[in-house]
Design a binder for this molecule. Structure first.
Ligand code: CA
Length: 241
C-alpha cells in the first residue's frame, strides 16, 4: 500500500470516480471533495500529500482554493482544467499550483503527474532543502550554489549570468511548472512580453549547453504557451508530457 494520500476535488461524478478508481487500483489512498468548501475542510483536517483540484467548482473558483491553501501549506497541487485555453492554467500556476492536467486526460498521464509530485514532495520534505543546500545534484547535473558554478559530468558548464540564474531558478523548483511570467519576474524583475521572447532565446541556449544525459528526454520540459519545468533525472523516462 502506498502511504501517499491524495485529495480529489471534482464536482463531476464520472471524472471523480475515474480518478478514485485509478488511485485505488494503484495502491494510493484518497479523499473526496465535490466542492471548494469541502476541499478546504478536507485539506486542513487531513493534510493530504497531493491535491487534484478541478478549477470549475460549483461554489467557488478553484483559484480561490489554491489561494487559501497556499496561506498555510506548500502541499503539491495539480489542477484539472476542462478548458483548453492556457489562461486559467497560467493563473492557477501563478497562484501556486505545481502542475496541471487538461480534460480529457489518460490514466497514464494522471499517474505520471502524480509520480513527479511524489518526487517533488520528497524534495520539499528532505533535509536537503533545495533552497538551503549549497549543492544541487540531479543526475549528471550539479550546481554549486555557493561557488556559482554549474557542472555536467563534473565538467564546468560555460553559462552566462542569466543562463545560470535560469538554471538555479528551475533547479530550486524541480518538479514544478513555472510560468513565463513567474520566470521573467524572477530573472528581470518584470514580466513584459519582450522578456518572454528573450526568455525563449536564453532557454534555448541553456538547454543546448545542458544537453541530454543518456536519455532522449531533456531536463527542462517546455510547456508550450505556459512555461518550463525541471525534471528529476530519474523521473524523466516515465514522464508523459
Ligand atoms: Ca467541474
Amino acid at each position: 500500500m502506498n502511504k501517499f494520500r491524495i485529495l480529489i476535488v471534482e464536482d463531476d461524478p464520472p471524472i471523480r470516480n475515474l480518478i478514485a478508481t485509478t488511485l485505488k487500483t494503484n495502491g494510493y489512498k484518497y479523499l473526496l471533495a465535490k466542492n471548494g468548501e469541502e476541499a478546504l475542510r478536507q485539506a486542513s483536517t487531513y493534510g493530504p500529500d497531493v491535491i487534484f483540484l478541478d478549477l470549475g467548482l460549483p461554489d467557488m473558483d478553484g483559484i480561490r482554493v489554491i489561494d487559501q491553501i497556499r496561506e498555510w501549506s506548500n502541499m503539491p497541487i495539480i489542477v484539472i482544467s476542462a478548458r483548453s485555453e492556457d489562461d486559467d492554467k497560467i493563473e492557477a500556476l501563478d497562484a501556486g499550483a505545481d502542475d496541471y492536467l487538461t480534460k480529457p486526460f489518460s490514466v497514464e498521464e494522471l499517474l505520471a503527474r502524480l509520480r513527479v509530485m511524489q518526487r517533488r514532495l520528497s524534495l520539499l520534505r528532505s533535509d536537503k532543502d533545495p533552497n538551503e543546500s549549497p549543492i544541487y545534484i540531479n543526475g549528471v547535473l550539479k550546481i554549486d550554489l555557493a561557488a556559482g558554478c554549474a557542472y555536467k559530468n563534473d565538467e564546468e558548464l560555460k553559462l552566462t549570468p542569466i543562463e545560470y540564474k535560469l538554471l538555479c531558478l528551475l533547479a530550486k523548483n524541480t518538479g514544478k511548472v513555472l510560468t513565463h511570467k513567474f520566470i521573467t519576474q524572477k530573472i528581470w524583475g518584470s514580466a513584459w512580453d519582450g522578456n518572454v521572447a528573450s526568455l525563449r532565446v536564453f532557454m534555448a541556449s541553456l538547454r543546448k549547453k545542458i544537453g541530454n544525459d543518456n536519455s532522449s528526454t531533456p531536463y527542462i520540459q517546455t510547456h508550450v504557451g505556459i512555461g518550463y519545468r525541471m525534471l528529476k533525472a530519474d523521473e524523466k523516462e516515465n514522464t508523459v508530457k
